[in-house]
Design a protein around this ligand. Structure first.
Ligand SMILES: Cc1cc2nc3c(=O)[nH]c(=O)nc-3n(C[C@H](O)[C@H](O)[C@H](O)COP(=O)(O)O)c2cc1C
Length: 218
């Protein structure tokens, strides 16, 4: 297993956006999430862990759809009733999926991925040398413009807590599905925000890599 401070050259080589592999479709309609199955929740808690070695194999859209739904999908009648909690139900965190085929924003209501940037930004989502090695990098972006009803001094805390709940949903999904996963807070937020072409009131809070483990025992 690679240690947390496995820097390699990533910090110094100056990560750059890469061209996409294949087409970058403007919209990916995800298969409806399978809402049952998987390992029992107590078993998933036992298996939850951070893994930093990933196979390069792409995740199929069925698995991607299940994972994004588990992360912050709509799980009840209202559009804002999600698998992850948020203060006042504001859901200020948007989930972006950085893939080899482009950067996409997850739209929970339609359960789609909408193209945000037709570039491969995976290498920019962390300083460590394994950044960009997983087929999927999730980036959790706080949209502060939605938080007008939250006192200004609470906004950072609440959006971080909201992102943390999504991070844990993804950890538990990965534990259940046998996927490797690593949360990451150590990345250049302003540089990533610029390459993601985020609006001024939006800022990446956390990132999380997901993929198949490089070997069964990692
Ligand atoms: C907010 C947060 C930020 C983290 N940032 C990083 C990071 O930048 N790089 C990394 O390799 N791991 C990161 N981690 C993963 C932790 O290092 C990991 O959870 C910790 O070592 C405990 O290991 P475990 O998850 O296997 O229990 C982060 C975890 C959290 C919750």
């Amino acid at each position: 297993m690679k240690p947390f401070f496995s820097l390699g050259n990533a910090l110094f080589k100056g990560a750059r956006p890469q061209p996409v592999v294949g087409d970058a479709p403007p919209r990916i309609v995800l298969p409806a999430a399978g809402r049952c199955g998987g390992r029992p929740i107590m078993e998933a808690f036992s298996l939850r862990r951070t893994t930093r070695d990933f196979a390069h194999t792409e995740l199929p859209d069925v698995l991607l759809g299940d994972l994004l739904w588990a992360a912050n999908g709509v799980n009840r009648e209202g559009d804002n009733d999600r698998t992850a909690p948020s203060a006042l139900g504001i859901h200020e965190i948007d989930v972006y999926a950085a893939l080899a085929r482009g950067l996409y924003k997850y739209e929970p209501t339609g359960h789609t991925l909408e193209l945000a940037v037709a570039q491969d930004l995976r290498g920019l989502t962390g300083y460590q040398d394994f950044a960009g090695e997983a087929p999927l990098d999730l980036v959790y972006v706080a949209d502060i413009s939605r938080m007008r009803d939250v006192p200004a001094q609470q906004r950072e805390t609440f959006s971080a807590a909201c992102a943390g709940a999504i991070v844990q949903n993804v950890y538990l999904f990965c534990a259940s599905a046998g996927l490797a996963v690593a949360a990451r807070g150590w990345f250049n937020r302003s540089m990533l925000a610029e390459h993601m072409r985020l609006r001024r009131h939006c800022m990446p809070v956390l990132a999380q890599m997901v993929g198949y483990p490089s070997s069964p025992d990692t």
